[in-house]
Write a protein that binds this ligand. Structure first.
Ligand SMILES: *Cc1c(COP(=O)(O)O)cnc(C)c1O
Length: 478
């Protein structure tokens, strides 16, 4: 093996070994990082080994340790070793997984991985699927199929004639939806103004009455987008009630199940998602709860014909039977890496029982962190997890809500500064909060204890009064 590859392999091993001891958050500043990597375009080259050595040396301080077990920000997930190793092989094989003929084994492995995912999540076995770059592109894929299917029923072929002159499409969605829904709707030419927000109840779920009102206040082709676990508190909409209601007026129901859909693999948590299987399309991520390295999303679509019509690169919309599966018939990209191969590896490593144990463990760790930090002086639990996401807020007696917003942001910043754990912030019901997300297969009870200890050390220190006057950080959304 070349010196560059040898070095990269060794550096990767070192990175993984150090996850447990290095500070979780990146320590380098923006100017430092620009200085490390900047300068004019090199006039002459370096050896591959030198390139890789300096990259590994200079990048480490600017990388978060989210592959390790002490990272609870956004909803990131880690990388199972089988999936990581498979990902290395995918890069090494350097296949173009667009067509069966361009990479036969990639096409077949992804075909099997897709079948296994449907089985794991207990979704219709004859649904079609695509491995996309993430959940957002899975939304684009699912909603493109919805756009085709709904407009075809209205006598309009959107693939041939585009959207100019087509009947308007309504998109009903939760006020707790993820921002990627808006982007998908924009990318598809439906436009942000087509979104109609349904107000959630105190549990973060869309009530049937709200949907009923919205459905009867308009007509025409309608998409309903529901949450199979929202970003902040893991709330799942009451699918069993909502989906039949939407179907009674011919609406297409799309599910944002970026991480939450994997709760279907757990006997304990599965009932949170009862009825989700009634939907028409589902979007999820493998790079979150399944713990494959970035990036991999998954779109699953009940109406194969609509899916293929919306995505195919061939002239005919009709899927040939008994031939190989060409990914370009189902995916929004053409040339692409076989990102379904790490999914296959992860499913082989874990099996059904391993995914279930992973889900259960993450939910338990999240509850322990929320309870452990929530009982500290100055902490308040805003949302105890029903799955793997929860919220805490920090404050001081007698302070105004705005002062406590700033106090919350400052507390999160200081916890992250300890290097012992890493959390992100959010705005929930107009107030700042610390979001705790546990989706990493590497997180252990010891990591949970270290996170609680980090918060304890910060809260027991007295904050400077000026804290409350600092401007708050931007919201995070991921
Ligand atoms: C992460 C997330 C998304 C976006 O997924 P990407 O993989 O980043 O495109 C959408 N919805 C929810 C609920 C998420 O948590």
């Amino acid at each position: 093996m070349s010196a560059a590859l040898e070095f990269a392999c060794q550096a990767a091993g070192e990175w993984i070994r150090q996850l447990d001891i290095r500070p979780v958050g990146a320590t380098a500043t923006l100017p430092e990082l620009r200085r490390s990597f900047g300068g004019p375009l090199p006039a002459h080259g370096l050896s591959a080994e030198e390139v890789v050595r300096t990259l590994a040396r200079d990048a480490a301080v600017g990388m978060h340790g989210n592959a390790g077990g002490r990272f609870f920000a956004w909803v990131f997930g880690g990388g199972l070793e089988s999936a990581l190793a498979a990902d290395w092989l995918v890069a090494t094989w350097d296949q173009n997984a667009a067509l069966y003929s361009a990479s036969p084994a990639s096409a077949v492995i992804e075909e099997i991985a897709g079948e296994w995912i449907k089985e794991l999540l207990d979704l219709p076995r004859d649904a079609s699927f695509a491995f996309t770059s993430g959940c957002q592109m899975a939304h684009v894929t699912g909603l493109a199929a919805a756009r085709f299917g709904l407009l075809e029923r209205a006598g309009w072929n959107v693939e041939d004639d585009g959207l100019f002159g087509a009947p308007a499409i309504r998109v009903l969605t939760s006020d707790q939806r993820h921002v990627t829904i808006d982007r998908a709707v924009r990318f598809l030419g439906i436009g942000r103004n087509a979104l109609e927000m349904l107000q959630t109840d105190e549990d973060g779920r869309v009530p049937a009455a709200a949907l009923d009102r919205a459905l009867s206040s308009g007509s025409g082709p309608t998409v309903l987008v529901l949450n199979a676990a929202d970003l902040n508190i893991g709330a799942c909409d009451p699918f069993k009630e909502l989906i039949p209601l939407a179907h009674s007026v011919g609406a297409w129901v799309h599910i944002d199940g970026a991480f939450g859909l994997f709760a279907r693999a757990s006997g304990t948590y599965r009932d949170r998602l009862d009825g989700v299987e009634l939907a028409d399309s589902w979007a999820t991520d493998a790079h979150k709860w399944l713990n494959v390295p970035f990036d991999c999303g998954i779109a699953i679509i009940r109406d194969r014909t609509a899916h293929r019509a919306a995505m195919t690169s061939s002239a005919s919309y009709v899927a040939p039977t008994s031939t190989a599966r060409d990914q370009s018939d189902w995916n929004p990209e053409y040339s692409r890496r076989a990102r379904g191969i790490p999914v296959y590896a992860a499913l082989r490593e874990l099996g059904r029982s391993g995914v279930e144990a992973l889900v259960d463990r993450c939910c338990m760790h999240c509850a322990d962190i929320i309870d452990g930090i929530g009982e500290l002086p100055g902490a308040q639990i805003l949302a105890r997890p029903t799955l793997n996401q929860g919220l805490v807020r920090f404050g001081r007696p007698g302070a105004s809500p705005e002062e406590n917003d700033a106090f919350t942001d400052e507390t999160i910043r200081r916890i992250n500064e300890t290097g012992e754990a890493f959390f992100s912030s959010t705005t929930w019901r107009n107030r700042r909060a610390m979001r705790v997300s546990v989706v990493n297969a590497r997180t252990t009870e010891s990591d949970v204890r270290r996170a609680i200890a980090a918060a304890t050390s910060v809260l027991l220190r007295n904050f400077d009064e000026s804290v409350a006057n600092r401007p708050s950080n931007r919201d995070s959304n991921g």
